[in-house]
Write a protein that binds this ligand. Sequence first.
Ligand code: CP
Ligand code: NVA
Length: 307
Amino acid sequence: MKRDLIRLLDYTSAEILSLIGSADMLKKQKGMLRSDLKGKTVALVFQKPSNRTRVSFEVGVYELGGNCLYLGPEEINLGKRESTYDVAKTLSRYVHCIVARVYHHKDIAELAQYADVPVINALCDLYHPCQALADIQTIREQFKGFKALTLAYVGDGNNVFHSLMMACVKVGINVRFAGPKGYGPDIKIVNAAKDIARGNGCKIEFGKNPKEAVKGANVVYSDVWVSMGQEKETAKRIREFKGYQINKDLVKLADRNYIFMHCLPAHRGMEVTADIIDGDHSVIFDQAENRLHAQKAVLLKLLSKKG
Ligand code: CP
Ligand code: NVA
């Protein structure tokens, strides 16, 4: 049966650890050309703009010996030009995998349900699993393991946070969240993550106070206050997130060897100040690089017998 990557909840801890192990191995190969995907085509169906996700998938598929086809919003126009069902069934006759970036989770879920080939979530309003895999790969590189680590996420309880929280508890990292009232994560996703945390000996804590969240944390993480598709709420969000900036006063409270993480794109002066995101503790470009390796690991798992 085919396997998709829509959300990390559907992957066991062992599978997630195996994926990042494979990503580490691929990283060591430094872009060596392989032939695992020879004769295979991967379609990138993107409804939103992208730098990292699009480029790392295109390069990754090339390095694995496959062919990549980018289909932007003008081409497919999912659910508008034709139904998601027809898109899924048609693409399944041409390509071996669909990587999709959509607005609504329902669209990626339907693509996965109807496609006869693996579907990979390249970001929807609820999840960003590929980002979270690269993030925990980056955390392990920095700390040589996951034991007794605490990640503090300050800001919006959004798609990036949902997947990051899930990835962290799957590998035993404690998670703390601080964000303004009304912008917390989805309660169902939190409850599922809490169950997994209990089984893996770690915990998830929520609060409104960024200082409490960051105190002693090993990883300080932020994302934009306004995600793609929320542009109409920009003024309101900037007002409400004002006290949730990562800056030098806040990170003074973190562990002295803390790392700063951000999925990018970032807005310097909003969710994080330039001195922090461009400072010595920042690992943002390691995260960006690891997108390539982590996604190659996912492609190998879903598309090749060796994965
Ligand atoms: N982090 C991330 O997914 O970046 P892009 O939106 O540029 O793909
Ligand atoms: N939360 C952001 C992440 C971008 C990679 C968004 O959805 O726009």
